[in-house]
Design a protein around this ligand. Structure first.
Ligand SMILES: [Zn+2]
Length: 396
């Protein structure tokens, strides 16, 4: 029996006051309404559940729902007149049974202006499948764009070669441009983090192949500054709005190393929120902090021959720990993505210096005391230790 024939029979059955079953079957065969609000919210929740940082407008504009999971811009709308201001679930303006279309692009630049990834999917696709498709496509896109990079400039400090746009001025001087691993080096004087913040946002939002290490600089500044950073940044008087990761470092997007990942990070490629990264690392290595403390004790014993080896102070600065994890992981990302570049671990060997950290902390309004050795130990001892424990460190 054809579907039409079945339908006709059902309609006749209903017209005749026929059986309930026939009427129900008729009802089931009418196309279902699909609410864009549900599709959008389910999708944003699925990205959050997958460990992505998500920003969400929470209302549609010009018929389009917009959200920003990690480096991706998600748009959901019905086939429409782009100038319509009607809510996409308004039955007076739209056929609610029409399948809405999901467009996911990266980087987060206006569509049709040279985006690296454009994924169009039906709004009926299960949210978990959309997340998987985005993960796969984003992994491919990042790898392809990193592969196309041309290193036409050099970091003013370490000399490592990068595309000019990937090096940023971290001081007042526009000529002193640095890679992410040189920003906190002792040779850099006169830091200007409040300007760097906006430059990092601009670069990482607009370039899917930006160096992974800028996430670590973001994490360190945001972790050190604390929630009061928002006010300080908004007072700078630039027109750009700082991204929310500056006041909530859990939301920093972290590019993970391409290729095989250690067990702790499995399933998170190509990237994740710093909050998810930290909890994944700590769940897999609950003894990480104890190992850090043991390492600090061993270092102090080595350094100070006259010390009795029983320094009661705890040098682990909790507030900076996520940024140490971020440096460890993104150093590995950069190492794998830039096989011809300098070793990031080598740069990080003495890449954190008290005077430089203190200068940064002052300007961002941090209450941490960089001269108390805690911050510099947490980073300079923590980063290599975390790399080693994760199996991401330099091969001996
Ligand atoms: Zn450098």
């Amino acid at each position: 029996m054809t579907r039409n024939r079945k339908k006709k029979l059902a309609i006749r059955a209903e017209a005749d006051g026929g059986s309930y079953t026939e009427a129900a079957r008729l009802h089931a065969s009418t196309p279902q309404e699909i609410l864009t609000a549900d599709v959008h919210n389910r999708l944003m929740d699925a990205f959050k559940a997958a460990g992505w940082p998500v920003e969400n407008d929470g209302f549609p504009e010009y018929g389009t729902w917009t959200g920003w999971p990690g480096p991706v811009w998600s748009m959901l709308s019905r086939p429409q007149d782009w100038h319509s201001e009607a809510h996409p679930d308004d039955p007076d303006h739209y056929d609610l049974t029409a399948v809405p279309e999901l467009t996911l692009i990266t980087p987060k630049i206006p569509i049709n202006t040279g985006e690296a990834m454009v994924l169009r999917l039906p709004g009926t696709m299960p949210a978990a499948d959309v997340v998987r498709a985005v993960r796969e496509e984003l992994t491919r896109t990042r790898a392809a764009k990193v592969g196309e990079l041309v290193n036409n400039a050099a970091c003013s400090l370490c000399g490592d070669r990068y595309p000019a746009a990937h090096l940023l001025p971290s001081t007042d001087s526009d000529r002193l441009v640095l890679c992410p691993f040189c920003v906190f080096d002792g040779d850099i004087l006169g830091s200007h983090p409040l300007r760097l913040v906006y430059l990092i946002d601009e670069l990482t939002s607009e370039d899917v192949a930006a160096p992974a290490g800028w996430a670590a600089v973001t994490a360190l500044l945001a972790c050190a500054a604390g929630p009061a950073f928002r006010e300080r940044l908004e007072d700078v008087g630039v027109l750009q709005v700082p991204l929310s990761h500056w006041f909530d470092p859990d939301q920093v997007w972290v590019w993970l190393p391409p290729g095989d990942l250690p067990p702790a990070l499995q399933g998170l490629a190509p990237g994740t929120s710093l909050g998810t990264l930290v909890s994944a690392v700590e769940t897999a290595h609950p003894d990480l902090r104890d190992r850090f403390r043991a390492q600090v004790a061993a270092t102090l014993e080595e350094d100070e021959e006259d010390s009795d080896g029983e320094d009661p102070r705890d040098y682990l600065v909790e507030q900076l720990w996520p940024s140490a994890i971020c440096f460890a992981v993104t150093a590995a990302t950069q190492f794998r993505e830039r096989p011809d570049g300098h070793s990031p671990w080598h740069l990080l060997d003495d890449g954190f210096e008290e005077g430089n950290l203190s200068d940064h902390f002052d300007q961002i309004g941090s209450t941490l005391d960089a001269d108390s050795l805690g911050p510099v130990f947490t980073l300079s001892i923590g980063v290599p230790l975390i790399s080693e424990v994760l199996g991401l460190g330099p091969k001996p």
